[in-house]
Design a protein around this ligand. Structure first.
Ligand SMILES: *Cc1c(COP(=O)(O)O)cnc(C)c1O
Length: 470
């Protein structure tokens, strides 16, 4: 074994590596600082490895491998942290993977606003200051059939703004069956506390009657009746909840506004696609609800936003609340929201183009064809792996339709030479991470949430990683 000092001498100098042809080529267009930093990091790491060698350990210095490692480090440093992944989990509104995807057809519209000055708060007709909310207000009221609309950062902000405006310092009555927690610490009781309203729980977890609300109302103290959609759970069995229409009637009799936190906000009726159990925005509007709020990036299929609709006089009060400024929607979001809402002017086109709706309503026959296609590619190319097709189900996710079973066709994988956990880790760490499901010691891929244009990459990545020894 060569002496350590000899090995250390064999490590090329930083300048020499910086001029190495392959490194120069990989570093094309990158700052010299990143290149030098990566070279230092990798050569120092190598030096440490050599110094820590024990007397009996074999050592060698492979300069090619060192250069490979430097190139990889340069590429990693130059990569965005926030980047594309392939969602093979079959969970459509995957909160950790960014919820709703935008329709590619709106790309230019969003980018134009990003790179140009715009009419964001400028009224072209009068040449005076305008309101950023005007761009979507008319569209939203037209699509939903309401008087007024306001948009903020997300639905959590919408709920807080509504309660803070309409019910600060008063009592808000909510059913005990609706004290929802949404992932990421949105809890109805806590939001209520933040808003300055006082939570008045009524009924039991499984049953709440209209009389429970009636008995809880105190004149001069009750500020609102709140109904919260149990987005991510259902109470089944011996249950009863008060219909929105009855709650609205009670509110009208008592002169108390009824607020509906609808959560996911389906703008179209999905029942004709076999998707049941999600009240639509229209259902809530038709019931006569005073104020309704929902997310932009759940079943609506747009960017992250909170949409508030309802009575004009109440929405005007919200616009004057200083929180509206703090929850102000960004211009890129606004552009993406307007462009997405415009697709709803032609509902069949909306279902076809908005990725969330297209994935949700994709017929089983199409899923089977796509799964067969991916299966064929995998069988042809991938060695050292058992591959089969299996029926299964996808999930809506994102706190929507928790009981909805969406039948799908899954690709099932079991690598011969590594564990499923090892393959999962490799797929997750590939240049475009592939996120999969593991179930009963098998890997599952669901084509519902994947793009056909990603199939080639998926096949090559699985192929490369199954043939590599552990
Ligand atoms: C998802 C959800 C929220 C939070 O919405 P975000 O847009 O994620 O802030 C609030 N309430 C209900 C009922 C929900 O389903």
């Amino acid at each position: 074994m060569p002496a350590k000092s000899e090995l250390l001498r064999l490590i090329p100098k930083v300048d020499e590596l910086a001029n190495n042809e392959r490194i120069v080529c990989a570093a094309h267009n990158l700052s010299r600082q990143i290149v030098i930093e990566s070279i230092r990091e990798k050569t120092e790491q190598k030096r440490d490895e050599i110094l820590q060698l024990k007397a009996h350990e074999q050592a060698e210095l492979n300069v090619d491998e060192l250069i490979e490692a430097i190139i990889l480090a340069i590429e990693r440093k130059n990569e965005m942290n926030l980047k594309k992944v392939i969602n093979a989990t079959g969970v459509i509104l995957h909160t950790n993977l960014g919820r709703a995807l935008l329709d590619p057809s709106i790309k230019e519209k969003v980018w134009e606003i990003a790179e140009s000055y715009s009419t964001l708060e400028y009224n072209i007709r009068t040449g005076k200051r305008g309101s950023r909310y005007d761009h979507v207000q008319e569209l939203i009221t037209k699509i939903t059939g309401t008087e007024a609309a306001l948009v903020v950062n997300n639905n959590a902000a919408a709920v807080l703004l509504i309660l803070s405006t309409l019910a600060k310092g008063t009592q808000v009555i909510v059913s005990r069956g609706e004290l929802v927690e949404i992932g990421g610490s949105f809890r109805v009781p806590e939001i209520m506390e933040q808003s300055g309203a006082k939570l008045m729980e009524v009924g039991a977890t499984n049953k709440t009657h209209l009389s429970d609300y009636q008995k809880a109302i105190v004149e001069g103290e009750t500020g609102a009746l709140l109904k919260v959609h149990t987005s991510n759970y259902r109470i089944l069995g011996f249950t009863e909840e008060v219909e929105l229409i009855d709650l609205v009637k009670l509110g009208k009799e008592q002169g108390i506004p009824v607020i509906h936190d609808l959560g996911s906000g389906a703008l179209l009726d999905l029942r004709k696609f076999g998707i049941n159990g999600e009240a639509t925005v229209h259902d809530s509007v038709h019931a006569g609800t005073d104020i309704i709020c929902f997310s932009g990036d759940k079943l609506l299929g747009g960017p992250q936003a909170g949409i508030i609709i309802g009575r004009k006089s109440l929405i005007e009060r919200m616009k004057r609340n200083p929180l509206t400024r703090a929850f102000r929607i960004d211009k890129l979001t606004l552009a993406a929201l307007e462009a997405t809402l415009r697709l709803y002017l032609d509902p069949p086109k909306a279902v076809e183009n908005i990725p969330t709706l297209a994935m949700l309503t994709m017929p089983l026959i199409t899923l089977e064809e796509r799964a067969n296609c991916l299966y064929g590619l995998l069988i042809n190319k991938v060695k050292h792996c058992t591959i089969s097709l299996e029926s299964g189900s996808s999930q809506v996710g994102g706190g929507s339709l928790p009981l909805q079973d969406l039948p799908t066709k899954l690709i099932k994988l079991k690598p011969d030479n590594l564990t499923v956990e090892e393959l999962e880790e490799r797929l997750r760490n590939s240049p475009i991470p592939i996120i999969i499901r593991i179930h009963k010691d098998h890997i599952y891929l669901d084509v519902r949430t994947m793009r056909d244009s990603d199939f080639g990459y998926i096949v090559n990545t699985i192929k490369a990683n199954c043939s590599k020894a552990c």
